[in-house]
Design a protein around this ligand. Sequence first.
Ligand code: AMP
Length: 315
Amino acid sequence: MTTASSNTIKILRTVQQVRQWRRQCLLNGKTVGFIPTMGALHSGHCSLISQSLKDNHHTIVSIFVNPSQFAPHEDLEAYPRTLESDLKILEDFPKGNVVDAVFVPKISEMYPSGITLEVPKQKGAFVTVQGCSEQLEGASRPAFFRGVATVVTKLLNIVTPDQVYFGQKDAQQCVVIKNLVKDLLIDTNVNVLPTLRESNGLALSSRNAYLSDEVRDQSSIIYRALSNGKTFYETSTKKTNQPVKSSDILNEIHHTLESKPDNFNIEYISINHPQSLEELEFVEPGVGAIISTAVRVPKEKEEGEARLIDNVVLS
Ligand code: AMP
């Protein structure tokens, strides 16, 4: 076990070290909050951490770029790895309000049977959450939620937190995790917190590091378009309290997106039930919906595109 400088955060590298730490918390009658991350920490991650620090006696963060959620052609190699600055961000929380531990495992620690990105060649145990993993992000990234559900199951098994925290930014992930915890009878409470954004509205994301300032600026159109769809829905329901046609909301969003740059490619914009993720023809007040999108935008330094996802919630 190693300890980071002034603010004494324990850096735990092995499953056994985390279990030992967790056991001590339990013996002392203390609650534990947990925030799983892939690092490259930003204010979005920090808002989850702050909430856990408020809610629990102890907080642990994991930093692990999970290979099994990347397809062979995706950005596993390029994904930003910034452990030193991540630790600095964690140490710089106000004194007396700092996480207790960071779990930074090696791939072999998390995948004792080994892991290859090619699903048909994989060996060992994997977790799928059927019914909510196939659509939206799952349609573009078929093994993505299998990878997410697998690593989150492992992490929850290791940490056994009282509370675990996720961001609404990854709306479908939240649905997958809630179903995972429900169906596998995992003894933890799932908290979903609002999306943090840059001042122009762009959702904070570790992948924003791929963008030039110009594209970052232009990408604000994504949230503006979703917000206009939301305002259209709210204005309609305020007047009539009747269900609103999804196609009318989508028209409003597409209208805003008419002024997007030509090299922005919209993968999908979809309106879905907030729990079942079923695509909705109408949005009913009181039931609500999630409007979500994925947009591919040019990267700054290399060929290819960065995928930005975002969503707004209708109630
Ligand atoms: P990641 O490191 O991207 O796997 O994200 C770790 C956690 O932080 C996930 O629960 C994300 O949903 C959450 N998160 C990422 N971006 C944001 C954001 N802009 N606001 C709030 N939470 C976020």
